[in-house]
Ligand binder design. Structure first.
Ligand code: FES
Length: 121
């Protein structure tokens, strides 16, 4: 059976798993801080960052893309609600998504080596 190495940067743990296993199951097993709630691709809580190896993950479904779109819009709405320039700049700098690849842990399976982290890592 083919294997993949998955690294969780927040807890500095690398594990070898059979291909096809979900990020959320591996995250739970290693104690990563990737949060989750519905486990059905609907809430967006389990959004995580792919640091390396995005090509080794399952393709996002239409549902996952829609949930990610909604989650990003909520984040932007949160930025809009801040009425202090310094606070807004600090938050945008801290949460800068430019160049990040974000996925939903409950919807993503591994098919090769990847390095991942919670969004706020
Ligand atoms: S836990 Fe809700 S979308 Fe993944």
């Amino acid at each position: 059976m083919a294997k993949a190495r998955v690294t969780f940067a927040d807890v500095n743990v690398t594990v070898t798993v059979p291909v096809g296993v979900g990020i959320i199951e591996i995250s739970e097993a290693v104690g990563s801080y990737i949060a989750y709630n519905c486990r059905e691709g609907d809430c967006g809580t389990c959004m995580f960052e792919v640091l390396q190896g995005a090509e080794n993950l399952s393709e996002p479904s239409r549902m996952e893309k829609n949930t990610l779109l909604f989650a990003f819009k909520e984040i932007i709405d949160g930025w809009r609600a801040i009425d202090d320039l310094d606070a807004l700049q600090a938050k945008i700098k801290r949460e800068n998504f430019a160049g990040k690849t974000c996925r939903l842990a409950c919807q993503t399976q591994v098919f090769g080596d990847v390095n991942v982290a919670p969004l706020q890592f």
